[in-house]
Design a protein around this ligand. Structure first.
Ligand SMILES: [Zn+2]
Ligand SMILES: [Zn+2]
Length: 101
């Protein structure tokens, strides 16, 4: 999943390269020499919003969601706007987020 970056000065999208600094990743445009900090804010893949949080989702061994089949948990990104029901049910109430069946 490659995020596309664009030079804010000249609009270049191809000839960009990044380097790590103490303050984060800095992108440099080879066309015009402009440098700017990369936006590392996590974003929702659906709406592009930044109100992203993580939910703890249970990982099931089999197809059926029973207590015995829970083998682990993983953190998945959820969007406060697109996944409003998920946030309300699984984060506000503290329930683990179950995978869609
Ligand atoms: Zn540029
Ligand atoms: Zn969203």
């Amino acid at each position: 999943m490659a995020r596309e970056f664009r030079c804010p000065a000249c609009g270049e999208t191809e000839c960009l390269h990044g380097r790590s600094t103490a303050a984060g990743t800095v992108l440099t445009c080879e066309s015009c020499g402009h440098e700017w900090p990369r936006d590392d804010t996590p974003r929702c893949r659906t709406c592009g919003g930044t109100r992203v949080t993580t939910a703890s989702r249970v990982v099931l061994a089999g197809g059926r969601a029973t207590l015995e089949s829970i083998v682990g948990r993983q953190l998945v990104p959820v969007c406060a706007d697109c996944d409003r029901d998920v946030v309300r049910t699984y984060i506000d109430r503290g329930n683990p987020y179950r995978p869609a069946t």
